[in-house]
Design a protein around this ligand. Structure first.
Ligand code: PEP
Ligand code: MG
Length: 876
């Protein structure tokens, strides 16, 4: 029956779709379940059309069609969100029926969707209807019932008493003083969106006012004063944003921020049409498929039983006592957490594990993050308990980070959750003595024997304190090869797979699996034969390892007498002793960026000098120490080195380009290296050289510093990791003393496949003939000028690639420390002549598969990635 005024009833929201009513707290997504977006209700839909729950104006029309926002004449902002994680479908399965600013009547269709398509491709079809500005109302009533029909009364928003009389008429936002003022929707024309600099400008303007100021984009919003939160919105070119202001100086603040936002527009290119992706490059998993793939976070192979580690929710009291009491409680808990982290960091430092120590050092800093502390403080001011305020703040912040496209920043979400949980546990369980806490696993789970831990995500604390006697492997649905968790897993030598299909979370506990992290695979229910073979190969592998170690100090000479230099890839000074013990004949690649990471300022010249000097002394004058100058940018940002946000960071300011554009930092590093050079056989290597001009520029700077210090010349080489360098190798060889092939980057640039791409990883084969031809060009060019060539990328330690690289004529292999004895042992079983024939044939074939089949035929080469076959090869 139509309403007398022909307007829907103020406060009443009707069901937007038919279905089963589900309380919001039961939605398996903390953003909804914890009311982070706002209070409301969910419906498990039986229909396929979303209709307007009341009259209003469309205030959010999400381009992917999975969500729609409606603002009512009585001031409510309503969001209807179809399914969970459906944004990932990028519009597939959805048919949006309304556009921004369109007026709609109650019952009018807003979105049509294909329930079958969405249900089979997303986490859930559960559809949420929430109130985004619930603080403007007295509450929300869910009307009784377990099922609902589209258009049935469902929710009642309780209007504030003063507004009830005037409800039903469209109020100008400015007249309702307890409603936030809103700007118009502003389209951002700036080509790079709201990145760090504009976000900082907005924050600076916002800080001049007292009002609460929010930047809204779609169904997400951020405090304008918080740089992290604003960047977290990832506002891109052509996105629409709005400012909301609420407080004593809201009018002025809104005006100033609107002006600032409009000033941001620099270029005005028209938006390109979005072409929906028709075919996924990655094969979709079929039901019943017993095979999962992922990214290798830490190599190795093992068999074990699945143990699902569901992170337990910590229940907290919502209401707090006095503000001062709750504030003091939180401060104390944070202090206790800092002491625990200090103890953890010291413990790892004492155990000569600076990598792990630095992670917990970084966690201590996170506990001082002003945004996090401010958020928690604001929630306490609103009357919440310290625990509730803290939980809300760290989950919100980590979710913001998690959704960032920048994988490194997104990986920090896990660190925020880690410190968040630590403090929350202290708040709920009371302080635990520091020493006890330091030795305590942050995961309180009791691990069963021989288990493969499966989780959506793990925190660095989880991994650092795992019970290694029981946990054989790790498998997470998120994360990547660059996450802290991956670094820790590698340092613990525990096989780990990341970025696995979330379906893995549904495998029953106790299911027997083979985790082949090296190959990026998890195989379910292996048969007895497969397990036996794995066991046998593991035993053989252990035996072989022991035998190889016995001969680790001997040179690597082929059967026909060709000697290869086997050196180590290092990333910390503390690794020197182990490298020597494993038979390293020097250092082929010192990744100096690790000296610069996990800290808030660059290391001083002296700090660097001491590190390089320490290594030079350890390796002495007869073993080369190749120090690669800073290789950051791309996937390796530094917090104190602001680089512009780029669409293709791997093709932008990276490697030597960063050093050349920041000569002061470059000169400081060169001075530190030069000063240490008299202590050993130090050589300098420049990363990412793509032209002769870059090499010359770098050498001019080096020469200036060398002369100023009055130090003898040092050998200067370059990485060959950009195709242009391989192609121009003859010219580069005139001016460089040596080459080292960076096959990791060379593969990504030759094949145009991002080195960390989760879907294309399998196609990024370092043995592709196109890459081998590039290496061949570089080797020939270098040798014709009497220069030597090494390989320091991942293929240098790959038993399948080694005979080919030897045959191509490289002189040195620089590999990870644990693989040195095995690489030496393998070389001793090969003849150079055979390897040359193999390499020659490999250069002639057309595909990586053909190269691999040549290698198979060449001899049953040890496959270290399957952890365990004995090294066998053609022994005449
Ligand atoms: C490479 O690209 O192969 C290499 C050794 O450098 P990095 O992996 O440090 O980029
Ligand atoms: Mg590289």
């Amino acid at each position: 029956m139509p309403l007398p005024s022909n307007q829907s009833s103020p406060g009443l929201l009707r069901a937007p779709v038919s279905g089963i009513i589900v309380p919001l707290s039961q939605v398996p997504d903390p953003v909804f379940a914890a009311n982070i977006i706002g209070p409301g209700i969910a419906i498990d839909p039986t229909g396929e059309e979303i209709v307007a729950p009341c009259d209003g104006v469309i205030s959010q029309a999400h381009p992917s069609g999975h969500a729609v926002g409606l603002t009512t004449s009585w001031g409510a902002q309503i969001l209807i969100h179809v399914g969970l994680d459906t944004v990932k479908l990028r519009g597939r399965g959805f048919d949006p029926l309304v556009v921004l600013d369109q007026k709609v009547k109650e019952g009018e269709p807003l979105i049509r969707f294909d329930a079958d398509y969405i249900a089979t491709r997303s986490k859930s079809l559960l559809t949420e209807m929430v109130i985004l500005n619930s603080d403007q109302f007295d509450g929300l009533e869910v009307l009784p019932g377990t099922h609902t029909k589209s258009g049935d009364p469902l929710l009642r928003v309780l209007l504030k008493s003063a507004e009830k009389g005037s409800a039903g008429t469209l109020q100008p936002a400015t007249s309702a003083r307890n409603l936030a003022l809103k700007s118009e929707w502003i389209t951002i024309h700036n080509a790079t969106g709201i990145h760090a600099r504009p976000a900082a400008l907005l924050a600076a303007v916002a800080k001049r006012y007292k009002s609460k100021l929010t930047l809204v984009k779609g169904d997400r919003s951020a405090d304008v004063r918080s740089l992290i939160a604003v960047m977290g919105l990832e506002v891109a070119q052509n996105d629409q944003v709005m400012i909301q202001a609420h407080g004593p100086d809201d009018v002025d603040a809104l005006e100033a921020l609107t002006r600032e936002l409009k000033n941001l527009s620099e270029d005005h290119e028209s938006p390109a049409a979005v072409v929906p992706m028709e075919t996924e490059l990655k094969k979709e998993r079929k039901a019943g498929d017993l095979h999962f793939t992922g990214i290798t976070a830490s190599p190795g192979m093992t068999a074990g039983k699945i143990f699902q580690l569901s992170t337990q929710e910590i229940e907290v009291e919502e209401k707090g006592e006095s503000i001062s009491h709750e504030t003091a409680k939180l401060e104390k808990a944070i202090q206790v957490a800092k002491v625990q982290l200090e103890a953890l960091a010291n413990g790892f430092m004492g155990g000569n594990d600076p990598n792990r120590a630095s992670i917990f050092g970084a966690h201590q800093e996170l506990l001082e993050d002003p945004q996090l502390l401010e958020m928690a403080g604001e929630e306490i001011d609103r009357g919440y308990s310290a625990a509730f305020a803290w939980k809300l703040s760290y989950t919100t912040l980590s979710l913001q980070l998690q959704n960032l496209k920048n994988q490194l920043l997104a990986a920090r979400a896990n660190d925020v959750r880690d410190i968040g949980k630590r403090v929350l546990q202290i708040l709920v369980n009371g302080p635990v003595p520091a020493q006890e806490a330091a030795s305590q696993a942050s995961v309180t789970a009791i691990f069963p024997d021989n288990c493969i831990v499966v989780a959506e995500d793990l925190t660095p604390s989880d991994v650092a304190t795992l019970d290694r006697t029981k946990v054989l492997g790790l498998c997470t649905t998120t994360g990547g090869a660059t996450s802290h968790v991956a670094i820790l897993a590698r340092s613990l030598d525990i096989p780990a797979l990341a970025g696995v299909d979330p379906e893995v979370l549904h495998i029953a506990n106790g299911t027997l699996v083979v985790l082949d992290a090296s190959k990026g695979e998890l195989r379910l229910n292996p048969n007895a034969q497969e397990l036996q073979a794995l066991e046998k190969s593991q035993a053989q592998h252990e035996l072989q390892k022991k035998e190889d170690l016995v001969h680790a100090q001997e040179p690597a000479k082929t059967l026909d007498g060709r000697r290869f230099e086997i050196v180590a890839n290092l990333k910390a000074t503390s690794e020197a002793a182990n490298a020597l013990q494993m038979g390293a004949e020097g250092v082929g690649l010192l990744r100096t960026e690790f000296l610069f990471m996990n800290r808030t300022t660059a290391p001083t010249e002296n700090e660097q000098f001491e590190a390089y000097q320490g290594l030079a002394r350890a390796f002495g004058k007869t073993r080369p120490l190749i120090i690669r100058t800073l290789d950051v940018g791309g996937d390796k940002p530094l917090p104190y080195l602001p680089l512009p946000k780029e669409d293709n960071p791997f093709l932008g300011e990276r490697g030597i380009r960063v050093s050349l554009s920041r000569p002061a930092m470059f000169r400081e590093q060169l001075r530190a290296i030069l000063r240490a050079s008299s202590e050993g056989d130090i050589r300098i290597m420049f990363p990412m050289i793509s032209s002769l001009t870059e090499l010359r520029q770098a050498k001019v700077i080096l020469e200036e510093e060398r002369k100023a210090l009055g130090i003898a010349p040092v050998s200067v080489g370059i990485m060959i990791e950009v195709p242009s360098a391989a192609v121009m190798a003859d010219h580069l060889a005139d001016e460089a003393d040596f080459f080292s092939i960076g096959s990791n980057d060379l593969s990504q640039y030759v094949l145009a496949i991002d080195r960390g791409h989760p879907k294309l990883a399998a196609q990024a084969d370092g043995l592709d003939p196109s890459i081998l031809r590039m290496i061949d060009m570089a080797v020939r060019a270098a040798h014709s000028k009497k220069k030597w060539v090494g390989v320091c990328g991942g293929i240098a330690g790959d038993p399948k690639a080694i005979p080919v690289l030897m045959g191509l004529g490289v002189d040195e292999l620089s590999v990870s420390i644990p693989s040195i004895p095995a690489v030496k042992a393998q070389i001793r079983t090969l003849s150079q002549k055979d390897c040359e024939e193999l390499a020659h044939a490999a250069l002639e074939v057309g595909t990586a598969a053909e190269v691999r089949s040549l290698i198979e035929n060449f001899g049953r080469v040890a496959d270290k990635s399957t952890a365990g076959k004995t090294v066998e090869s053609k022994r005449n």
